[in-house]
Design a protein around this ligand. Structure first.
Ligand SMILES: Cc1cc2nc3c(=O)[nH]c(=O)nc-3n(C[C@H](O)[C@H](O)[C@H](O)COP(=O)(O)O)c2cc1C
Length: 210
């Protein structure tokens, strides 16, 4: 049975994080169901020049990701299709990632608003106790933003802020290395193998093995 990861892209800045996570999942041979919110179309256009139209999603997503989707196990669901497969707990899924996650989507998921398929699918994954990773991107934050993240944490989500570390790549880190750091942490949280960053092995010489 096909059991995909559901990947939700909401309208926060940070579409390169979404691209890196999707690329990592597809490179690992994972099946992916993609949902792009209405607002995320604006951030995508603003940050990458890519437009994703429901009727032309295959060409548009291939253009955005810069890869041929011929052999990829990728399904696309329009965000307005509230009756789509991922809107039900009986739809098979390994779990879900929302990357990047806007404060609006975090709030909607936290309170069960289900204003679109992305929010409904995330709520479903939480109620089914499936792995759900939320990658918020906003700064600074209000008390209500923090309260929604606590509610998501308490509902079982891994809250993984888009907060890249500089170790490994060093002070000359490129933007892509910083993006890959966050994407790699997302894939770690999903339990998907990747080679997106150099893992910390301790300060040279401080470890010893038999
Ligand atoms: C260019 C652009 C950048 C944005 N960046 C952010 C952001 O970093 N974080 C955030 O929470 N919202 C951001 N927003 C606002 C959200 O897009 C807006 O709250 C929207 O309603 C979110 O809808 P969604 O959660 O359904 O995608 C941005 C909007 C635009 C147009």
């Amino acid at each position: 049975m096909r059991t995909p990861w559901i990947a939700g892209v909401s309208g926060a800045s940070g579409t390169p994080y979404a691209k890196a996570v999707l690329t990592g999942l597809l490179d690992a041979g994972e099946a992916v169901d993609l949902v792009i919110s209405k607002a995320a179309r604006l951030t995508l256009l603003d940050e990458t020049g890519a437009s994703v139209r429901d009727a032309h999603w295959k060409d548009d997503v291939a253009g955005w990701l810069g890869r041929d989707l011929g052999s990829a196990d990728l399904t696309y669901w329009p965000a307005g299709d509230i009756a789509a497969g991922p809107s039900s707990g009986s739809y098979p899924a390994k779990g879900m990632v929302v990357v990047p996650a806007s404060t609006a989507s975090c709030a909607g998921i936290a309170i069960g608003l289900s204003k679109d398929l992305l929010q409904r699918a995330a709520e479903v994954n939480l109620k089914e106790r499936r792995r759900t990773v939320i990658v918020p991107r906003e700064t600074p934050v209000t008390r209500s933003h923090l309260e929604h993240l606590i509610a998501l944490h308490d509902a079982g989500a891994v809250v993984l802020p888009a907060s890249p570390g500089f170790y490994g790549a060093g002070s000359d880190a490129t933007a892509q290395q910083l993006v890959d750091f966050v994407a790699g942490k997302v894939l770690d949280a999903l339990g998907v193998q990747h080679d997106l960053f150099k893992r910390w092995r301790g300060v040279l010489g401080s470890g010893s093995s038999a």
